[in-house]
Design a binder for this molecule. Structure first.
Ligand code: CP
Ligand code: NVA
Length: 304
């Protein structure tokens, strides 16, 4: 049995297996009921639109059923230990997704769970998003090894890009303001992995340098969920980090722009760029549905 907690736990071969499975399921006219009669539990300790809807719709399309479990309306919100919740749910469900705060809380849940656990986003990582992002990159860029520039906060999305690039071996440039860089431990991990895969990973404080001649530009909100404190200062510190037409001009002519959404227009990205890359961005959002089906079917196969 396997969990899906971070891409760090997966080999290049396994990541590509999941992506290819997701693309295969996506392109099938008739959906096979791969997860017939199975139940997915979805614990949300933070808000969500895409993750909740894509898991719930995806599970239904695969012949299963999904349960939305908000921490406010379960005993988790009243302090029932995560390890007890994991053991109870393991007796009733087939697969579980949890969106929570620390990666440690997710890991504790997984440690006590006897069914596969999927990371639906933590402060540290957002790996399910990266499966969708990589699918979108393949669909729009054909070249499987494009140069990717991540411009913005050294947050869960940045860490997940680090993991994906270092596993698959493509070039990634990360530009963040001073004081908002990626976690040092995560960087060390990615650099070690990059030595094996041949990935080129570089860090910048000047976003213009990072995006120069890149094939894919991506960003994320400057204010992640649960990190609203100090918002005004952060916005000031991110001056110059907006992905707008000036910034995009520095990338390759046929470069694409990705955003995991929700997007905050006028902050990390301009309205103009969001609308210019509307097709790519909403393909990316749709790929959440297909990507997560791939993840769930892959995890289910590992059980047998
Ligand atoms: N990108 C993403 O995870 O969106 P939600 O927060 O709406 O789930
Ligand atoms: N970094 C963002 C991603 C939202 C999908 C957050 O954690 O809020």
């Amino acid at each position: 049995m396997r969990h899906f907690l971070t891409l760090k736990d997966f080999t290049k071969k396994e990541i590509l297996e999941i992506v290819n499975l997701a693309l295969k399921i996506k392109n099938k006219k008739k959906q096979k009921k791969y997860l017939k009669n199975q139940t997915l539990g979805m614990i949300f300790e933070k808000s969500s639109t895409r993750t909740r809807v894509s898991f719930e719709a995806g599970m239904f399309q695969l012949g299963g059923h999904a349960l939305f479990l908000s921490s406010d309306n379960t005993q988790l919100g009243r302090g029932e230990p995560i390890k007890d919740t994991a053991r109870v749910l393991s007796r009733m469900l087939d697969i579980i997704m949890i969106r929570t705060f620390s990666q440690e809380r997710l890991e504790e849940f997984a440690q006590y769970s006897t069914i596969p656990v999927i990371n639906g986003l933590t402060d540290g990582y957002h790996p399910i998003q990266l499966i969708a992002d990589y699918m979108t990159m393949i669909e729009h860029k054909k070249d499987k090894n494009p140069v990717v520039a991540y411009v913005g906060d050294g947050n869960n999305m940045a860490h997940s890009w680090l993991m994906l690039a270092s596993k698959l071996g493509f070039e990634l440039r990360v530009a963040s303001p001073v004081g908002y860089e990626c976690d040092g431990h995560m960087i060390d991990n990615a650099m070690k992995q990059a030595k094996i895969s041949g990935a080129k990973i570089t860090f910048f404080h000047d976003p213009k340098e990072a995006v120069k001649d890149a094939d894919v530009i991506t960003t994320d909100t400057w204010i992640s969920m649960g990190q609203e404190e100090g918002k005004a200062k952060k916005i000031k510190d991110f001056k110059g980090f907006i992905v707008d037409s000036e910034m995009m001009k520095l990338a390759k002519k046929d470069a694409i722009f990705l955003h995991c959404l929700p997007a905050y227009r006028g902050y990390e990205v301009s309205e103009e760029i969001l609308e210019k890359f509307e097709k790519v961005i909403f393909d990316e959002a749709e790929n959440r549905l297909h990507g997560q089906k791939g993840i769930m079917v892959w995890l289910n196969k590992q059980k047998k």
